[in-house]
Design a protein around this ligand. Structure first.
Ligand code: SF4
Length: 522
């Protein structure tokens, strides 16, 4: 008999492993104990979303006549500080037990989004002497083979070229002649507005889903058994079924897509969601097909409901960036997770969990993650990640934190985004330059600085903005590293214009701020 192993982020009824499922003999195995895999415990909303979505999926499979062996989550140990990930994944343990219990002779699964887990499962099957079949994950829009052949022989992996191929492959936003609709492939330059002094005003907030018995019980369990996990649970509102995910998509297309492009890089105090879709969590659990989301946005353009720059920006994130980072992950895994091109060694400061800091931007953005297990990509990349890169925080710890604290972060998507894009720890695989910026950038894109005790223009002195101090210190420390990168010429020329005395004062200020960070006083 066969065991069909379904992981927490593989809730896809159209996955290849179900193609020839035999309800009379096959058993689907699911375990909630695939959690807390890294150095840190997961956010309560991450756990609740995963468990609720899994239980709904389990019930759907059972209604369709399949047998599901389902393991609910065991409560964690209570002392967070003594927590360390087990050597072997609980998934491997659960699988071994089920192989023996059912006398299985074959294990079938969809390729996991974590290479280490794939190896563990393979090892268990070898040890137990059972056949092992792994199917490609057909949820994604670019196969490993296609990505490898696209990447083969290229000096640099440039998203833009990959994205154009994807547009052509799926015939998205193309004219009959095969040219890009609107005359350009990319409208990013139209997508950088900030809200100005008046702020964002009213924005339709997105659907809130009724909590049925299944979701209600999960929330109760997480509240009771996972009280030591980080983050808040009260604001939980994630879609937990494919139907809810479709409702969330429809709501976004109708109410927020038209303005999404213009303000996609903007931030505002107390407003975590703004015009963003928040579909990444449902996409990454496979509750929603990427092509459904892409086609819905394209239709909104053709119907005259949303402008090209909004639609193109949204489609690029899903058809381009999401597939691109997955390709990069599998091209470089497992080494990618250990990359540390800038030799960053600082331990993750506590403020990444608590949000308690005098820096208004970080307290606001980390506060959003605490409250919602989510921020949109700019706080993630250009506040939280940016600070980590410039201060010199260990990339592996930053990535573990991201995977634990964000509702949509899984290894395949987290590592290229955090280690690569945000921290430049991959030395330039996903980005051609580090996205270094001073407090002035944050001041332009948000209203955070107007409520902050620091001055975004100051790099030294009592009111020096730590972002601005670390910005100059970062460029100065890495002058040699970046000297061969033409895209860094402008920023490096500005550093070289500073006097030795000025650079020395900045280095001292940065050192002072590192000590304060270490003491939890910044
Ligand atoms: Fe952040 Fe600096 Fe602005 Fe304060 S002044 S909110 S620390 S960027």
């Amino acid at each position: 008999m066969r065991l069909l192993l379904v992981l927490r982020d593989q809730l896809d009824r159209s996955a290849a492993l179900f193609d020839d499922v035999d309800p009379d003999t096959d058993v689907v195995v699911m375990t909630e104990n695939d959690r807390d895999r890294g150095r840190f415990r997961e956010h309560k909303q991450r756990l609740a979303l995963g468990f609720a979505a899994m239980r709904h999926f389990r019930d759907e499979l059972r209604e369709q006549g399949l047998t599901v062996a389902y393991e609910t989550a065991s409560p964690p140990e209570t002392d967070r500080d003594s927590y360390h990930a087990a050597e072997a994944s609980p998934v491997a343990d659960a699988l071994r037990e089920k192989i023996r219990e059912h006398g299985a002779d074959e294990v079938v699964l969809t390729e996991p989004g974590r290479i280490g887990l794939l190896k563990e499962i393979e090892a268990v099957c070898d040890e137990e002497g059972v056949e092992f079949t792994v199917y490609a994950d057909r949820h994604f829009l670019c196969t490993h083979e296609d990505f490898e052949s696209w990447a083969d022989g290229r000096k640099e992996l440039t998203l833009e070229y990959f994205y154009r191929e994807q547009r052509r492959e799926y015939d998205i936003l193309l004219t009959d002649e095969g040219d890009p609709v609107g005359g350009e492939w990319n409208f990013d330059s139209d997508n950088r507005e900030s809200f100005g002094a008046d702020g964002p005003g009213m924005i339709p907030d997105g659907p809130r889903f009724d909590r049925d018995d299944v979701t209600g019980k999960v929330l109760e369990t997480v509240r009771r058994d996972f009280s030591s996990a980080p983050g808040d649970l009260d604001t939980f509102r994630w879609p937990v079924t494919p139907e809810q995910a479709k409702t969330a998509l429809d709501d976004f297309i109708k109410n927020r897509l038209p303005m999404f492009g213009t303000y996609q890089d903007a931030m505002w105090t107390g407003r975590a969601f703004l015009y963003h879709s928040r579909l990444s969590a449902a996409l990454n659990l496979k509750l929603l097909s990427p092509l459904t989301a892409v086609r819905a946005a394209e239709e909104a353009y053709h119907d005259g409901h949303a402008p090209i720059h909004a639609v193109e920006g949204f489609i690029r994130q899903i058809l381009g960036w999401r597939e691109f980072v997955r390709g990069v992950y599998w091209l470089y895994a497992p080494e990618y997770g250990h990359k540390n091109a800038l030799d960053a060694a600082m331990d993750l400061p506590d403020l990444y969990w608590s949000g308690e800091t005098q820096m208004r931007c970080l307290s606001e953005c980390v506060g959003q993650v605490k409250e919602h297990a989510y921020t949109h990509h700019i706080p993630r990349l250009m506040v939280i990640g940016l600070f980590g890169m410039m201060a010199g925080i260990d990339p592996a710890q930053m990535n573990d934190w991201h995977e634990a604290y964000y509702v949509d972060a899984w290894e395949w998507v987290s590592q290229p985004n955090m280690i690569g894009m945000a921290l430049y720890a991959d030395g330039g695989i996903v980005g051609t330059k580090p996205y270094a910026a001073s407090g002035k950038y944050i001041s332009r894109q948000s209203n955070y600085c107007s409520h902050c005790r620091f001055d975004p223009a100051a790099s030294t002195g009592d009111d020096a903005c730590p972002f601005t101090t670390f910005y100059w210190d970062f460029l100065n420390r890495h002058q040699e590293t970046f000297s061969g990168n033409r895209r860094m010429n402008f920023q490096l020329a500005n550093v070289r214009r500073k006097s030795d005395d000025e650079l020395e004062a900045i280095a001292e200020q940065a050192e002072h701020y590192r000590e304060r960070l270490d003491e939890g006083e910044l």
